[in-house]
Design a protein around this ligand. Structure first.
Ligand SMILES: *Cc1c(COP(=O)(O)O)cnc(C)c1O
Length: 406
């Protein structure tokens, strides 16, 4: 069968075999560099978002991109136990990973779906997204001939400019397409949704325009007696700041991980769940004029002590952080000295007394009263906190702590 070539279970195999994602062999050596995920923070953030939005609003925990670097399966289980109704992912391999882990909750795939994958999705009870009628028709034919039913949501593009039917360009055509997809055999339309382009901005005009257009679609569909049960739109920022955006379900990602969607988003107290911890593997006393790391871009301007930490850009600690970021040692900030290497980064600890080999280093997170936040690292490299956590690679093992269900 054609879908053997695309069989998502093959993707799962390669996910599982990625270095660092499996159990750490018991060598007697502790992994010096590890991501630590506090699952109780995830559970608290889920509950905080739910109580903000009300119990009548369903909750989809967005766990795409390995739960933004936090680990999809453990986060999904934690979010479901904390009351989440749905899970959201971007790729079919991500949906399959959840199913293979024994998770039976509803899973919605935001991303693309090929007709032969549609059969596979139906067989694993994975809800898919349709953004056009042709793809839906091909999927309908495929699942019918396999004797299956595929649950699906239809995406409308109300201003994001990414995926979906475009009611803002041609309302009648969008309604016609939704009606056609809804009538297709083998397809069970459970929801209609849209996605915001600017919900994280203090200027709410564009987001409110999107809400208005989405509401118009809902009304126009109702006039045709088309009323799928779940209309949904809100990402974290919208859920937190725009009550009118919540419709029947919210889809928070970043806020569930305890990170603000933007510096402007307020509303609830979030607890960051992820930290990155490592240790000093060498410390050396060096004179003034000592060059550090590739390119010798950092040269000590006085006698100092340089500590080497085993984290690098292959772990997702961006090379753009070279000579910019700080790490925490003994509760104090230590500047990154010179270029971040593939596997190692040096920090200047000359001002921190008593640093020794083996001392804990916090690369991201808190130590004592000091914190290096994902936003701080993001600011150094002109990106957003999302990319800092989602960009961590599978090489770093993850330790889960405070699982509320352990
Ligand atoms: C990623 C994503 C979300 C979650 O967005 P956050 O800003 O992380 O809350 C919601 N919906 C869709 C369709 C997404 O792709």
């Amino acid at each position: 069968m054609a879908y053997d070539r695309l069989n998502p279970s093959m993707d799962t195999g390669s996910i599982d075999s990625a270095p660092g994602t499996g159990p750490i062999p018991e060598t007697g050596l502790r992994p010096l560099t590890r991501v630590v995920v506090d699952l109780s923070a995830i559970a608290d953030n889920v509950r905080a978002l739910q109580s903000l939005c009300g119990e009548e609003t369903a909750y989809m925990a967005v766990v795409k991109a390995d739960a933004y670097g936090h680990g999809a399966v453990r986060v999904a289980k934690t979010a479901l136990a904390a009351g989440s109704d749905f899970l959201g992912v971007a790729r079919i391999s991500e949906a399959v990973q959840l199913r293979d882990a024994g998770i039976t909750a509803p899973v919605l795939l935001f991303g693309d779906i090929l007709p032969d994958q549609a059969v596979y999705a139906a067989s694993r009870d994975i809800r898919v997204t349709f953004f056009d009628a042709d793809t839906a028709a091909a999927a309908s034919r495929a699942v019918r001939s396999a004797g299956l039913t595929l649950k699906a949501h239809i995406k409308v593009d109300t201003g994001m400019g990414r995926l979906g039917l475009t009611p803002g360009v041609d309302m009648a055509a969008a309604i016609r397409d939704i009606a056609a997809i809804t009538a297709m055999e083998g397809i069970d339309i459970e929801g209609v949704y849209t996605h915001f382009a600017n919900a994280d901005s203090p200027d709410t005009r564009h987001a409110l325009e999107q809400v208005a257009l989405f509401s118009k679609v809902k009304t126009a569909l109702a006039a045709e007696n088309i009323a799928p049960p779940i209309f949904h739109a809100a990402n974290s920022a919208a859920a937190m700041t725009l009550p009118r955006s919540r419709f029947d379900m919210i889809r928070p990602g970043i806020a569930m991980y305890g990170l603000p969607p933007s510096p402007d988003t307020r509303g609830i107290v979030l607890r960051p769940a992820l930290s990155i911890r490592s240790a000093v593997i060498q410390i050396k006393q060096v004179p003034k004029g000592f060059p550090v790391s590739y390119g010798s871009t950092y040269v000590t301007d006085k006698p100092t002590r340089i500590a080497t930490v085993p984290i690098g850009y292959a772990d997702g600690y961006s090379r753009l952080l070279s000579s910019r970021a700080h790490m925490l040692v003994n509760g104090q900030r230590a500047p990154v000295a010179g270029r971040v290497c593939m596997d190692f980064t040096m920090i200047d600890v000359g001002h921190i007394p008593g640093v020794r080999t083996g001392d804990d280093v916090v690369v991201l997170g808190s130590q004592g009263t000091e914190t290096v936040s994902a936003d701080e690292l993001a600011n150094h490299i002109q990106t957003i906190n999302y990319e800092v956590v989602a960009g961590l690679t599978g090489r770093i093992p993850t330790r889960y702590i405070k699982d509320p269900h352990d």
